[in-house]
Ligand binder design. Structure first.
Ligand code: NDP
Ligand code: BG6
Length: 609
């Protein structure tokens, strides 16, 4: 049976179990996601393995707008209720057959939440730094989306923690303004939001003192007391200078005593190899590696998750995936806005640390890794770390750095009041990297990232080799590059995968042009919107699936590739090449690519359009 990850599991329509479920279903069920109109993708896309060592799956009704346990209900005295008959992870819902692809939207309402016995466990999710930008912009909206879709366990509560003084009501007001119903805004969205907000609580406190965490823990416990076991997640959405204090206090003072405690750490994971190690050592004094989830939200993006599916479930790609056929690979990140509002943070890091050393390098590792033994987190991460450890350390000759300057009314980087005068921090960088292994020897991997450029997009471009002994050469002119096959994986916006091919222009005569075999997500998959990366990643933390999170040795390998370069840029005070706000970045990036016989594919694209 194929099992859709995060999709309902329950009784089949028409079965007695389905009828029973129908009766149990409260009036305010959340709207169910419409079944995809086209054939579902191959199993690996959606069916994911349970976390290694996970107990067998347990089926229970999930929390949603249905509200299994009303928020704010006076907690029952903690009682030592025995675990379910089969013990943790036993199949507690004996009803009916599980859902499959044919009956997803016809009456299945139970959810598979592995590794937990959610009938007897509660879940508390606490965002540290809840008054901040990321919490408002991403984390609470993602939590609401999971709640709205019924993907969280029945007894789930959400907490905000920060120094700012706020009542629960003020907190609800603050995050209430950011919630949106992605799937279908018409169906009881407001009602669902209200129910979600009733499960949200706020605790003010400092990050470096135990008292606030202790008060938080007491509040959590009072909500958790209705069930014998409590699981807790802390999301560190705070600046790095308070990371260790907050993680230490959360772990030492507010850990669950009856279930698991997991801590999500947002980047930056240090500024270089040494500071990253220091952070890792600090965290390891309070938490085991198992408990730490280092988030790289690019790994949660739909097209990045699809990378392994594309490679390993299609026989047409894998044979081409090597130096024999691929001339170069480009990973490009472009934003059409500057650091407005985040200049203070950004200036300490710069674009290499902010985007290249993590997001783009992670994409590269996934792209280039060997086929893992299985889809288990450790097998995938083992392969990624091998790629990183096979890479050449980046030298100054293989990088170009830039910084945006004002253009017209658009401010330059140095015009930002939070940026120190005369800062040399790069807001743009292009880097050539190489993997010294049999598959990729000599193939340039070009990474490019910049802020305040002309467009916002992120994509992977795979440029294939020229056709040997090309029969049609005389028809294609002298620019061979313009006629080589290119596979483009557009991560955002307008997610797409397309392959540029040479094709005969229909009609008499023999004229060739370049066309696309084109998979545009918005037309191929008619769903309202793709889930945000934070939704996927938060759900993975609940499920204990670490496949999309960075392991300590991966992080160390990533830093070792960039630390010498970063130190040398800073030591030598290398002045970035200036580029105007809204431009395509510094011209040096073209010279860097040309040094390896490469032309950036995104330039061709603009010519095509
Ligand atoms: P903020 O700067 O908004 O900080 C979050 C909260 O932390 C603030 O509301 C504030 O809450 C507290 N805080 C801020 N500065 C300090 C300080 N110097 N000492 C103690 N507490 C402080 O951060 P973001 O929400 O933007 O980001 C959170 C984390 O996520 C950071 O590590 C950031 O690098 C990372 N990140 C952010 C992204 C984004 O788009 N915003 C993207 C990717 C990563 P209070 O004063 O109430 O305690
Ligand atoms: C963050 C960076 O990690 O990713 C930001 O710190 C950047 O500088 C952001 O803007 C981009 O993320 P997304 O998902 O909007 O492409």
């Amino acid at each position: 049976m194929q099992q859709l990850r995060g999709r309902p599991q329950g009784a089949c329509p028409g079965s007695a179990a389905a009828a029973a479920q129908q009766q149990r279903r409260p009036a305010a069920l959340p709207p169910r996601r419409a079944a995809p109109r086209r054939a579902a993708p191959a199993a690996p896309a959606l069916s994911r393995p349970a976390a290694p060592g996970a107990a067998p799956r347990s089926r229970v009704r999930a929390a949603a707008a249905t509200d299994g346990v009303p928020a704010g209900r006076a907690p029952a005295a903690p009682e030592a209720r025995p675990p379910s008959p089969g013990g943790a992870g036993s199949d507690v819902d004996a009803d009916g057959a599980p859902c499959d692809l044919s009956n997803l939207d016809q009456g299945c309402q139970d959810y598979n939440l592995p590794d937990n016995d959610w009938e007897h466990s509660s879940l508390s999710i606490c965002v540290l730094g809840a008054s901040g930008d990321l919490a408002k912009k991403k984390i609470f909206p993602a939590l609401f989306a999971l709640y709205y879709e019924g993907l969280l366990p029945p007894n789930v509560q959400f907490y905000g923690y920060a120094r700012t003084k706020m009542s629960d009501e003020a907190f609800r007001e603050m995050i209430g303004g950011t919630l949106a119903c992605r799937i279908d805004a018409r169906e009881r969205c407001g009602e669902a939001q209200e129910k979600f907000l009733q499960r949200c609580f706020y605790q003010a406190g400092s990050y470096d003192q135990a008292a606030g965490f202790s008060a938080l823990s007491v509040r959590m416990a009072s909500q958790e007391a209705v069930l014998p076991r409590a699981n807790r997640i802390f999301f560190l959405s705070i600046p790095p200078n308070v990371f260790l204090d907050a993680a230490g206090n959360a772990a030492d003072v507010a850990s669950s005593r009856t279930g698991w405690t997991r801590v999500i750490v947002e980047k930056p994971f240090g500024r270089d190899a040494a500071s990253s190690r220091e952070l890792a050592d600090g965290l390891s004094r309070h938490l085991s590696e198992d408990q730490i989830y280092r988030i790289d939200h690019y790994l949660g993006k739909e097209l990045i998750e699809n990378l392994t599916v594309l490679r390993f479930s299609n026989s047409v790609f894998e044979p081409l995936w090597s130096r024999q056929h691929i001339r170069n690979v480009q990973v490009i990140f472009s934003e059409d806005f500057g650091t407005e509002g985040r200049g203070g943070y950004f200036d300490r890091y710069g674009i290499i640390r902010d985007v290249i050393q993590n997001h783009l390098l992670q994409i590269l590792a996934l792209f280039a890794m060997e086929q893992p033994v299985s889809l288990d987190a450790e097998d995938i991460r083992n392969e990624k770390v091998k790629v990183l450890r096979s890479m050449k350390v980046v030298g100054p000759e293989d990088v170009v750095v830039g910084q945006y300057r004002a253009r017209g009314k658009l401010p330059g980087y140095l015009d930002d009041d939070t940026v120190p005068k005369g800062s040399l921090t790069p807001t743009f960088a292009a880097v050539a990297m190489f993997i010294d292994n049999a598959r990729w020897d000599g193939v340039p991997f070009l990474l490019k990232a910049g802020k305040a450029l002309h467009r916002r997009y992120a994509e992977i471009r795979v440029q294939f080799r020229h056709v040997p002994g090309n029969l049609y050469r005389s028809k294609q002119g002298s620019n061979l590059d313009a006629h080589t096959n290119e596979l483009v994986i557009r991560i955002q916006p307008q997610e797409a995968i397309y392959l540029k091919i040479n094709n005969k222009v229909p009609g008499l005569g023999l004229r060739l042009d370049t066309s696309r075999l084109d998979l545009q997500y918005n037309t191929a998959y008619q769903q309202a919107a793709l889930p945000d990366a934070y939704e996927r990643l938060l759900l993975d933390v609940v499920q204990g699936d670490k496949r999309l999170f960075i392991r300590a040795d991966e992080l160390e390998a990533a830093w070792s590739l960039y630390t010498p370069l970063l130190h040398s840029l800073e030591r030598q005070k290398v002045a970035p090449e200036l580029y105007p706000y809204g431009s395509r970045g510094p011209v040096g990036a073209h010279y860097l690519a040309a040094k390896y016989g490469v032309r950036w594919g995104d330039l061709n694209e603009e010519e095509d359009e």
